[in-house]
Design a binder for this molecule. Structure first.
Ligand SMILES: Nc1ncnc2c1ncn2[C@@H]1O[C@H](COP(=O)(O)OP(=O)(O)O)[C@@H](O)[C@H]1O
Ligand SMILES: [Mg+2]
Length: 468
């Protein structure tokens, strides 16, 4: 958990309260400067960047599918509304706007010709002007390229939530289209293994998505210095991951950024897929999209995208899930490439080199000839992982990591694999996750402190005692 400065949300904009930026990533290097932006350009030319969008039509449906009524949240009837940006209905009280002070009604002066007592002040004092805070900020838990995520508490219901701030600074033309897409997508989803969007909060010029709070993410727990998962835990997590993915795919959603920091976990061992910033609806009838291949963080990107495919479907997420499963078992990323070419090399070295016999039409992918390896590698998959996985887990991972996307099983098929249906042990939720909040953010902070400690120790050991 980030320093627990318990400040009220009104002070969020003060830069001094922000913790220092996260360290240079031990996470996969992003091959492109800004995939969101790039997609935007490729896929939304008609919008010419970010369209101006008013909140009103949007607010009507936010959370409609997802909304669980919580005591004290939303509070539309108590919160005087002003302007078109504040909108809520009893059915979907999804947007809270704290951006403007509550206008206290000016008291009507009593028509007394000679008042003996002073009239009430015509304007409220600044203290009175302040609207009640919807959330108390507890600390920072995520600081991604696209915004900050805070742990916070609903001041009324006392519910702990995550507030994901939507980055507006770079937006000159209105509300960011990427955030809009993410919200729209999240609205349509409701599943125990997919993060729930509770509401949208507008505060000053900031907009926040409000989510159920999750104590950890997989990138965090997998780098925790002490924590270990048992075999039943690993099965429980793998199953939830595939259940979430199967649900997304059955709803026609491609996630397109499955990786440890986007997979959340709470202390009860419930896993939820999160971060729909790169997700898209796809046409289940046409089965494949013609889209950009610059999606999915490099280490989790499947070979067909690395070879330039732009027609793809749910199998891209299945590959990333296979990478995560390996990482769950080994606590190491399966393919930590430094750039696209190196990424492909690592994939080929482990799984063997593809050719038109084991992957029909691979030679027709745009960059196949360009990055064709000179050496043919055989698969080393079984030799590499057999000692760390049960036979069924090994077989399932190998299937999820099939080079040819057409031969990769779907998430639903994977859930019917003997690893889940017959092989012992039975899945069980981890019970010892109460290790303090541990996301990628805290993990990076911890590593940074460790490095600084080491540096200091090295320096001290170099200072030689002055001989007398
Ligand atoms: N609901 C949540 N509960 C707790 N932590 C969260 C939640 N959502 C996101 N986070 C943390 O914030 C980080 C960044 O959020 P994410 O949605 O992935 O945004 P980004 O687009 O910046 O990657 C995540 O990696 C996770 O550690
Ligand atoms: Mg993320």
């Amino acid at each position: 958990m980030a320093p627990a400065t318990r400040s009220r949300f009104a002070s969020i904009a003060a830069p001094a309260s922000s913790p220092p930026p996260a360290l240079p990533a031990p996470t996969p290097p992003a091959p492109l400067p800004d995939p969101h932006q790039q997609q935007q350009q490729q896929q939304q030319p008609a919008h010419n960047g970010n369209p101006k969008i008013s909140f009103k039509p949007f607010a009507i449906s936010v959370g409609a599918g997802n909304r669980k009524k919580r005591p004290g949240d939303g509070m539309p009837e108590e919160r005087p509304q002003k302007g078109p940006r504040i909108y809520s209905t009893p059915a979907a009280p999804a947007i809270i706007d704290t951006s403007t002070p509550t206008p206290t009604p000016t008291p009507t002066p009593t028509p007394t010709p000679t008042p003996r007592v002073p009239s009430p002040a015509p304007h409220p004092s600044p203290a009175e002007k302040k609207p009640p805070m919807a959330y108390d900020r507890i600390g920072l838990v995520g600081e991604g390229t696209y915004g900050k995520v805070y742990k916070a508490q609903n001041t009324r219901s006392k519910e702990i939530v995550a507030l994901k701030r939507i980055r507006m600074e770079a937006e000159r033309d209105g509300f960011p289209i990427t955030a809009l897409r993410e919200i729209k997508l999240l609205q349509s989803l409701r599943h125990p293994n997919v993060v729930s969007l509770l509401e949208i909060m507008v505060e000053k010029s900031n907009v926040y998505m409000v989510f159920d709070y999750m104590d950890h993410d997989l990138a965090g727990v997998l780098t925790h210095p002490e924590f270990k998962f048992t075999a039943p835990n690993l099965k429980h997590l793998s199953r939830q991951m595939l259940e979430g993915l199967d649900y997304l795919h059955s709803r026609g959603v491609l996630h397109r950024d499955i990786k440890g920091s986007n997979i959340l976990l709470n202390n009860q061992g419930v896993l939820k897929l999160a971060d729909f910033g790169l997700a898209r609806f796809y046409n289940t009838k046409r089965s494949k999209l013609d889209y950009t291949n610059r999606v999915i963080t490099l280490w989790y990107r499947p070979p067909e995208l690395l070879l330039g495919a732009t027609m793809y479907g749910p199998s891209i997420d299945v590959w990333s899930t296979g990478c995560i499963m390996i990482e769950l078992f080994t606590r190491k990323p399966a393919f930590p490439g430094q750039d696209e070419v190196h990424q492909l090399e690592l994939v080929y070295e482990l799984l063997g080199t593809p050719n038109p016999r084991n992957w029909p039409f691979v030679d027709q992918l745009p960059w196949y000839e360009l990055v064709k390896p000179k050496i043919e590698h055989p698969s080393r998959f079984t030799d590499t992982f057999a000692s760390q996985m049960t036979p069924a887990a090994l077989d399932l991972c190998q299937q999820l990591l099939t080079l040819d996307p057409e031969q990769r099983p779907s998430a639903a098929q994977a859930l019917n694999h003997p690893y889940f249906t017959s092989e012992e042990p039975a899945p069980a939720a981890p019970t010892n996750l109460g290790l303090g909040d541990w996301h990628e953010y805290e993990s990076k902070q911890h590593k940074r402190k460790e490095r600084e400690k080491e540096k200091r120790a090295r320096k001290e050991s170099q200072i030689k005692p002055v001989s007398s």
